[in-house]
Design a protein around this ligand. Structure first.
Ligand code: BES
Ligand code: MN
Ligand code: ZN
Length: 497
């Protein structure tokens, strides 16, 4: 989508979007209504326009105007028109028009009284909503392509502070691109998105100045990463560890580190999932996708931070060579793990990847993202990601960043009593507790056994990484790209000088 900012709306083809609430038409809408001899107001009255975000009234080919259509979009009451409101308003309009034939669209929406948004902020968040909603993934369609192919390709946002809007849009565009990359990675089918293919896509970040290294199985074996390798050993495809470094900070600054679970397909392994349980398991690399998208965003906007992104990429398959329930592996940390369920594989991958992140980079903090447990869907549903942390300050910052960008998280406890549930009869720990309840916490406790003194947070994103039912307003399609915005915000708010 081509996004631009302008001081005034140009008369011309395309769609003009103006704003209003139930009580009033905002100035640009009122002026337009005058040119239309009151037709906009009448249309609003006759269609029960409530003026909430998402509400719209549309006039097609209005006489005497050069626009193909005019849309009155609800802003809600001014006090409630915030960043998210602006984003959802624009997303709603784009959703309605994306593939319908219109090519260009202009938002001429004044900031309503009572809103705390600055004009440039309102403009850039309208742009962000439009951009994020314009995503589509239809490369595998050969039929009815034109129904799915977006026609809308240019959005202009009218604002009194176009220069400021242009400037901050540059960085927001980088973040949107990171979200799109994460969505693409999640949406690709698993026959295409193997660990090696994923690594190749990560390697492409080098054109943004990211240093990318890829370790194969032989190198990981040397590092003793048997927990990760055990998960991948039933697959025909080689496991990969991707290490991305963005050095935008000062040389002497310790980096921050992100680690992503990258199970490119999770069949469960010999502890095989059911047919229904296996559907969607191409998305079990959603954590790795979020980390990759974040590294893209940070590099593309030249963030002044040193950041490391580490991906544990494997495929979990049943096979004659596959890992068995009852196997014991020695992880890179030296701790031994009794594998009692090969479907609790994400924690095994992360154990070695987290260990590598800490020992190799001595980061200020490490955050892992993982579609780790079905239990997190039971606890939190499809809105909040689960947050676990050994550090209150880091946890608070993550929660705050999430509220700002609309990727919300909810903190759950860690406690010794759950840790005890991982005691094994023959090894340092087992990989499942064996009881049904508290599965997400037990999984987090398992990860914590591989954290030294480093401030650490774990985000269980199994409920938010993809969507099967209703779509989130800013996220069309299946892969959500969850995690890029919250991590980018966290960095921007606290870790850039
Ligand atoms: N990738 C799954 C978790 C998952 C389940 C994500 C459903 C999204 C939707 C993970 O590897 C897994 O299989 N976890 C098991 C753990 C159990 C064996 C202790 C689970 O949640 O059932
Ligand atoms: Mn699994
Ligand atoms: Zn999994």
């Amino acid at each position: 989508m081509q996004i631009s900012f302008a001081a005034k709306a140009q008369d011309g083809a395309g769609v003009l979007v103006v704003g209003g609430s139930e009580r009033e038409l905002l100035p640009a809408a009122a002026a337009l209504d005058k040119r239309l001899a009151g037709a906009l107001r009448r249309a609003a009255d006759s269609s029960r326009f409530k003026g909430r975000v998402g509400d719209m009234v549309e006039l097609l080919a209005p006489a005497g105007l050069p626009f193909g259509r005019v849309i009155l979009a609800g802003t809600g009451p001014g006090a409630k028109f915030d960043k998210s409101g602006a984003e959802r308003l624009a997303a709603g309009v784009v959703s309605r028009l994306l593939t319908g034939g219109e090519k260009q669209l202009t938002f001429d929406i004044d900031v309503p009284k009572g809103s705390r948004l600055k004009p440039a902020q309102a403009a850039t968040h309208l742009a962000m909503g439009a951009q994020l909603r314009s995503y589509s993934f239809h490369k595998y369609r050969t039929k009815h392509r034109d129904e799915h192919e977006p026609t809308l390709s240019a959005v202009t946002v009218v604002t009194e502070d176009a220069a400021a809007a242009r400037k901050s849009w540059e960085r927001m565009r980088a973040v949107a691109d990171g979200v799109f990359l994460a969505r693409d990675l999640v949406n690709e089918p698993p026959n295409v998105m193997s660990p090696q293919e994923f690594a190749a896509r990560a390697r492409a970040l080098s054109k943004l100045g990211v240093k990318v290294e890829v370790l194969g199985e032989a190198e990981m074996r040397k590092l003793g990463m048997n927990a990760l390798l055990g998960v991948g050993q039933g697959s025909e495809r080689e496991s990969q560890l991707v290490v991305m470094q963005w050095n935008g900070g000062r040389k002497k600054d310790e980096p921050i580190a992100f680690v992503g679970k990258g199970v490119c397909f999770d069949s469960g392994g010999l502890s095989l999932k059911t047919g229904a349980g296996m559907m969607g398991m191409k998305g079990d690399m959603g954590g790795a996708a979020a980390v990759t998208g974040t590294m893209h965003a940070l590099a593309a906007r030249k963030a002044r931070v040193n950041a490391v992104g580490i991906l544990g990429l494997v495929e979990n398959m049943p096979d004659g060579k596959a890992q068995r329930p009852d196997d014991v592996v020695i992880s890179a940390s030296g701790q031994t793990i009794e594998i009692l369920n090969t479907d609790a594989e994400g924690r095994l991958v992360l154990a070695d990847a987290l260990w590598y992140a800490q020992t190799k980079f001595k980061p200020r903090f490490v955050i892992d993202l993982a579609t780790l447990t079905g239990a997190i869907l039971v606890a939190l549903g499809l809105e909040h990601a689960g947050l676990f942390s050994n550090d209150d300050k880091l946890a608070d910052r993550i929660q705050q960043a999430g509220r700002e960008v609309g990727e919300v998280v909810w903190r759950l406890p860690l406690h010794d009593a759950y840790d005890k549930m991982l005691k094994s009869k023959i090894a340092d720990m087992k990989n499942i507790s064996g009881v049904t309840h508290g599965g997400s916490i037990v999984a987090a406790q398992f990860l914590q056994r591989f954290i030294d003194k480093t401030p650490w947070a774990h985000l269980d994103i199994a409920g938010v990484a993809w969507q099967d039912g209703e779509q989130k307003p800013l996220s069309p399609g299946w892969g959500v790209g969850w995690g890029v915005r919250i991590l980018d915000r966290l960095v921007a708010d606290h870790y850039e000088k």
